[in-house]
Ligand binder design. Structure first.
Ligand code: CP
Ligand code: NVA
Length: 306
């Protein structure tokens, strides 16, 4: 059994599905006013090198909601920002807390922390993957559509960390995934190749958003320039201008299609205000589900390590 949560592909469908189901239960119990105390006496450290609103607050609220404690540290304010090696930081933090939730640039950073920390490390976004986000997005799809297998899911835009993780999810859960990405903005070739080789459904990389969205049950979009790509923002606007999710493009999806966006959104760029605020948008239920899913992850990984 793996101790860390760094990538979806480290787990099988049953394991990932059990965390989604647990999140559904925890959500129902929260609605019913049931108090949880299973992480009493436990502390998690959030170590973030990039900005965050949802992931930070949903992890903190999740931990407090299970009666645990949180220490937040931005890498900039820590000795990491002054060059202390990761392997020393990992071993020290591993003596203080019961799990690390890490948002950073390279996937190698979460891997190195996991190697040295001696406690579970959870990937809260790297340049390569955003596994916690896709798990809670799958929970939202399940809530709205009642199933994952056999669904047609579209990804319109950048072949970024979110796209890479949707690709891994498609290979594991067996839905069909069509991605439309501009030339030169494709997802990681290695991630795509590995997923296509084992996927029970179809994973197709296209360039035309109209083809990718045709008949889709779920439509996903994300920013055109991710964190760390701010200098490319202007150049990217030109390359992505035909990839905006607006009413005309959305009309090509199934009439009951739902729209997901992990947020933050840039209205008028990757998505119009009308679509984001429209009846098919589920982005705020999607954001809420991050907290329930994070409870399930914290409970599993911290109690497993205890
Ligand atoms: N969706 C998401 O990860 O949002 P934040 O960057 O605000 O955490
Ligand atoms: N692709 C985006 C996701 C933000 C939650 C980024 O990495 O900035």
């Amino acid at each position: 059994m793996h101790k860390h949560f760094l990538a979806l592909s480290d787990y099988n469908k049953d394991e990932l599905f059990s965390w989604i189901q647990r999140a559904v239960t925890l959500k129902a119990e929260a609605v019913a006013g049931i108090r949880h105390q299973q992480l009493a006496g436990k502390t998690v450290c959030l170590l973030f090198e990039k900005h965050s609103t949802r992931t930070r607050v949903s992890f903190e609220a999740a931990m407090y909601g299970l009666d645990g404690q949180v220490v937040f540290m931005s890498a900039r304010d820590s000795q990491l920002g002054r060059g202390e090696p990761l392997k020393d930081t990992a071993r020290v933090l591993g003596r203080y807390v019961h799990a690390l939730v890490v948002r950073t640039f390279g996937q190698n950073v979460v891997e190195e922390l996991a190697h040295y920390a001696g406690i579970p490390v959870i990937n809260a976004l790297t340049d390569l993957y955003h596994p916690c986000q896709i798990l809670s997005d799958l929970m939202t799809v399940l809530e709205k559509k009642g199933r994952l297998e056999g669904l047609n899911i579209a990804w319109i835009g950048d072949g970024n960390n979110m796209a890479n993780t949707w690709i891994e999810a498609a290979a594991i859960f067996g839905f069909n995934l069509k991605l439309a990405c501009p030339k030169d903005y494709s997802p990681e070739a290695e991630v795509l190749g590995r997923a296509q080789a084992k996927a029970p459904g179809r994973i197709e990389l296209l360039q035309d958003p109209q083809v990718a969205i045709a008949g889709a049950d779920v439509v996903n979009v994300d920013v055109w320039a991710s964190m760390g790509q701010e200098a490319e923002q202007q150049a990217r606007l030109a390359h992505f201008k035909d990839y905006q999710l607006n009413d005309v493009l959305l009309a090509k999806a199934d009439s009951k299609a739902i729209v997901l966006h992990c947020l933050p959104a840039h209205r008028g760029e990757e998505i119009t205000d009308e679509v984001l605020e429209g009846s098919q948008s589920e982005v705020f239920d999607q954001a809420e589900n991050k907290m329930h899913l994070h409870k399930a992850l914290l409970e599993h990984f911290i109690l497993q390590a205890a």
